[in-house]
Design a protein around this ligand. Structure first.
Ligand SMILES: [Mn+2]
Length: 252
């Protein structure tokens, strides 16, 4: 029966040589779940770098794109929250398959439950430096200019940037910083103060985590960080009978 929601995040396809193997595993998971999935939610940084040009498509990732298109054609509801690595997907997936793109966290209701979901970058704390960078990256003018830069240069810089950022804050990405420091948790608690939320589901942190968060007044919610498909091969699944569960693909 098609009554489950699957959450997948941070596969960073294209970042390294092992990317193709990760992509095959992700496709194997999608093949396994395709008859049970009512909805599949991609929580961002699925592609380590992407830029949607008007006429040409970046090389690679064709297996995943094919599976996504097939699922969409078969009537599975697909959502994609852009991450900080694949923010330049624009309308590519929407134009090729029936998928709903999100550039900010969103609430989705299903089975009488309220799910707050998103990628998770830049939330909770005010970080003027990060906000400025995000504004630059998301400016329409800059995006138009970037489309004119030779692809060899764009992709060269993107790869160098990606490897540099992985080296400089790799360790921090894999450990939980505590409720007050975790921007996503701070953000979720702010949201929870004014509304009922059953589940908060995010990615970005590369740290699989299930934690009850509560605010004064008694409202509480289950925060699930799906982890990643880069190191952990985690995903999360919601079913009306079992609720939201974090799963480890390789352990199955
Ligand atoms: Mn991210």
């Amino acid at each position: 029966m098609r009554d489950k929601i699957y959450f997948i995040t941070d596969s960073h396809l294209g970042i390294d040589e092992a990317s193709l193997q990760r992509e095959r595993q992700l496709c194997a998971l999608l093949d396994e779940i395709k008859d049970e999935a009512r909805m599949v939610v991609f929580l961002g940084d699925i592609f380590d770098f992407w830029f949607t040009y008007r006429h040409v498509v970046p090389r690679g990732m064709i297996r995943l794109l094919g599976r996504m298109a097939q699922m969409a054609d078969d009537g599975v509801e697909l959502h994609f929250f852009i991450g900080n690595h694949d923010m330049w997907l624009f309308d590519y997936l929407t134009s090729q398959m029936k998928i709903t793109m999100h550039d900010a966290p969103a609430m989705i209701e299903y089975d009488g439950k309220r799910f707050l979901m998103g990628h998770g970058d830049g939330l909770g704390h005010t970080d003027p430096k990060y906000d400025r960078l995000k504004r630059i990256f998301r400016s329409r003018l800059n995006q138009r200019l970037l489309a004119l830069v030779p692809t060899r240069l764009t992709f060269g810089i993107a790869n160098a940037w990606s490897h540099r950022s992985r080296r400089s804050h790799g360790a921090e990405c894999y450990s939980y910083q505590g409720d007050a420091k975790e921007g996503i948790v701070v953000y979720c608690r702010q949201q929870l103060a004014s509304q009922q939320i059953d589940y908060c589901v995010f990615g970005h942190r590369h740290t699989p985590l299930v934690r009850t968060i509560a605010v004064e007044g008694g409202s509480s919610s289950l925060y699930v960080n799906v982890g990643d498909w880069l190191v952990h091969r985690n995903y999360a699944v919601y079913s009306p009978t079992e609720g939201l569960i974090l799963r480890d693909y390789e352990a199955e």
